[in-house]
Structures are given as C-alpha cells and as structure tokens.
Ligand binder design. Structure first.
Ligand code: HH2
Length: 260
C-alpha cells in the first residue's frame, strides 16, 4: 500500500529547512494549498522549531502563528494536523479545524490524550529522549528499538483507552539519535510491533548530510527519497515530507515494482 503523505508547513523563523519562509500567513496558506495540490493527504502545521538546540517559543506566539493558518486551510477543505507539544495550542488548533494531533513529546501531558479523544482527532505519538535543546547530547542506547518501544507503548495504550480511533507510532528520526541510530530505526521499523500504523519523518534531516556529505537542507532531496523508500519498505503508513510531488512519484514507481 502506498503510504499517505503529510506535507510539512513550518510557520517558524528558525526551522532547519523552511525556517522564515512561511511566517507571513498569506505565504503559509499558499504553501499549504500547493502541498495539497501536489498530493499531500494532509498538511502538518507547526509553529515551534524542534531542531536540536532550538529555543522554546512563548505559547502566545505559537498560537498567533498557527491558528489563523489552520483555520484558513481547514476552510479550504484541506485536512490539517497540528504539530505541537502545548495543550493550549493543540486545543485552539483543533477548535480551528485540525483533525490530527502530532505531539513530538509523545503525549507526556495526559491532557493531550483527553483533548484528542474529545475532538475525535487522530494522534501521532513520537519518541524523543529529553527535550529538543538537549536531545543530541547523548544518543547512545543499550537497546534503541526497545527504548523506543517502551516509550511509545504507554501513551498509545492511554490513547486507545480514551477511545482515540486513529493512532500512529513515530520513532522520532533525528530526535536524540545518532546517524547509525536513525538508520537502524528505518531498517528495523517493523520490529516496533506496537499494533498501530507507523509514521516516519526523515525528510531533509541532518543524518542525510552526515552520510552523503554536508549540504544545506534544501539540497537533501535524493537522501530524503532514499529514506522514504526505506520507510516504505519497512511498511510505514504515513511519511512526513517537504517534497510531496517527488515523494509521490517515488512511491508510485516502488509500488508498481512491488518492492515492499
Ligand atoms: N520532525 C520534525 C517536526 N515534527 N513530527 C513527527 N511526528 N515526526 C517527525 O519526525 C517530526 C515532527 C522536525 O522537522 P521540521 O519540522 O522540518 O523542522 P523544525 O523542527 O526545525 O521545525
């Protein structure tokens, strides 16, 4: 099965790839429409950069960035997921029409579980060790797969118990992992075996430059497609990507060749 694609829309000044490009709401909305036109199944809207070392954003600022854009894209008939760790931002984005809650902190705040249930929203539960500011300081694990599995299982069970219908597990590529760790996760995804579909965000991430030679984020398409192919082969059901049209083309060819 061809994975669904979540198109990335960062309304931040400092995201590693599209930082500063979509701070203006009109440009952001136009980008969301374009992602949809290129074949995004939904658009993942975020107002806080979580790249390693990023500074937290005040909640009012995150709200100011995301809510109008979520509302406008929803009004245009585009399904939106809200990428946030904050209860208030999640709450207002869901009220503005977002249909999926993407929490990179893995629903550590139990109120996020209630919120997803109340709104009948889907939930992406991601693994991250520690916080974005510090997560790359220690990327050694005795058993990476086991650590990711043990971290993700309780919030998934809590979401299921609360009645959330659509839940995806995300190993958190680049969030407190070494390059080898990211590759191991991509290779061994099926072993996570959490009973819910898998969601993978590897697009343009730094490990690509670490493997293939230093290059800016917007020049990592080849590596991003390779990572998408690995995730496809491992059975991921959602890919979070910047380059929708190219990823869709890759997946169609893989599917036609029955590579999985
Ligand atoms: N990666 C990023 C942000 N949100 N959400 C999920 N579920 N999975 C991911 O892998 C993931 C995510 C980081 O990438 P990006 O949004 O492009 O950059 P930044 O954090 O600098 O805004």
């Amino acid at each position: 099965m061809i994975p669904r694609l979540a198109g990335i829309l960062n309304l931040t000044p400092d995201s590693f790839s599209d930082g500063g490009r979509y701070l203006d709401p009109q440009r952001a909305i136009a980008r969301g429409l374009k992602l949809r036109e290129e074949g995004a199944d939904w658009v993942d809207v975020g107002g806080e950069s979580t790249r390693p070392g990023a500074e937290p954003v005040p909640v009012e600022e995150e709200l100011r960035r995301v809510v109008p854009v979520v509302a406008a894209l929803t009004d245009a008939g585009i399904p939106v997921s809200i990428d946030t760790r904050r209860h208030q931002v999640a709450s207002e984005a869901l009220r503005a029409g977002a249909v999926v809650l993407n929490d990179i902190s893995g629903f550590r705040d139990p109120r996020m579980v209630e919120l997803a249930a109340e709104h009948g929203a889907g939930a992406v539960v991601m693994h991250m060790r520690g916080e974005p500011q510090t997560m790359q300081r220690d990327t050694d694990y005795a058993d990476l797969l086991g650590a990711v599995r043990d971290f993700l299982r309780p919030p998934i069970q809590a979401l299921q118990a609360a009645g959330v219908q659509e839940i995806w597990a995300d190993p958190g590529i680049g969030f407190g992992k070494s390059t080898q760790g990211n590759l191991e996760l991509l290779r061994r995804l099926p072993e996570l075996d959490l009973g819910v579909p898998l969601y993978v965000g590897a697009s343009r991430k730094r490990f690509i430059a670490e493997i293939a030679g230093d290059c800016p984020a917007d020049q990592r398409l080849g590596g991003s497609l390779a990572a998408a192919a690995l995730a496809y082969k491992a059975g991921a059901q959602v890919l979070r990507v910047h380059d929708i049209a190219q990823t869709r083309q890759l997946l169609r060819v893989l599917e036609a060749g029955a590579w999985a």
